[in-house]
Design a protein around this ligand. Structure first.
Ligand SMILES: Nc1ncnc2c1ncn2[C@@H]1O[C@H](COP(=O)(O)OP(=O)(O)O)[C@@H](O)[C@H]1O
Ligand SMILES: [Mg+2]
Length: 226
């Protein structure tokens, strides 16, 4: 688990607006963002400040109205929006892992199959690898349980195993403890930072919690537009 990961992310002059009927709503403008290879960066801001939108732009899911997002991989740099959605989807599948506030497990699949699915999309899917990751997050005895049979904290552990199983160079987490009680949240955060460090991945963590953000190497703060 010590494959060197060398993905750095930088973005320049990002602007994103929404057209709602006649109204144009600016979510953010002229943003410069960067996270160095192997480091963690928190995107901090109040609810509605545009954190999730920014994460989607950085992950290649949502083209910005202005600006560029560069992924630096080894000595190569890719301006990701110069490539089409298929290319970006392939980049995400191979190099990125996602963790969400609401876990987003597939309800009619077992814990094992949830972790196995992205591995199958990427290659043949090695069941032993999926099992190993579930053991690593402390769920080795729950492989065949469905999400509804697991607590919120356990579901987020499955989601962490799923996000890390292909050893992504970039881990993107959007309020990953937002649905959990304080004690469970703290355990999930410890696990997330452990996995980020042990896999040498670069991490972007979205949160509204300043204390949590302070655990990251750097903080990028979004203002609320009023
Ligand atoms: N699809 C959408 N339709 C309408 N408004 C949206 C949409 N997506 C985001 N917004 C608005 O954009 C702003 C930023 O949203 P979001 O990125 O989800 O913020 P955060 O994650 O910080 O809570 C909010 O005011 C939100 O209501
Ligand atoms: Mg959000």
């Amino acid at each position: 688990m010590t494959t060197a990961k060398t993905l750095a992310l930088s973005a320049h002059n990002l602007t994103r607006a929404l057209q709602l009927g006649e109204q144009q709503i600016e979510i953010f403008s002229a943003i410069d963002f960067a996270v160095a290879a192997g480091q963690s960066c928190a995107i901090l801001g109040a609810s509605g400040s545009g954190k999730t939108t920014l994460l989607g732009v950085l992950a290649g899911m949502d083209p910005p109205d202005t600006g560029v997002v560069d992924v630096k991989w080894g000595d190569q740099t890719f301006n990701i929006y110069e490539h089409d959605e298929d290319w970006r989807a392939a980049l995400r599948g191979k190099m990125m892992g996602f963790v969400f506030q609401n876990f987003q497990l597939i309800p009619d699949m077992t814990a094992l199959d949830n972790v196995l699915l992205p591995l199958q999309l990427l290659n043949n899917g090695d069941e032993a690898v999926a099992k190993q990751w579930l053991h690593k997050v402390g769920l080795g005895e729950r492989l065949n349980h469905y999400p509804r049979q697991l607590s919120g904290g356990e579901q987020q552990r499955v989601a962490l195993a799923r996000a890390f199983a292909h050893e992504p160079a970039l881990l993107l987490a959007d309020e990953p403890t937002g649905s959990l009680d304080a004690k469970t949240a703290s355990m999930i955060m410890d696990l997330l930072f452990d996995l980020h460090r042990s896999t040498h991945s670069t991490m972007v963590l979205v949160t509204h919690d300043r204390q949590l953000a302070a655990r990251c190497d750097t903080i990028f703060e979004l203002d609320t537009n009023e």
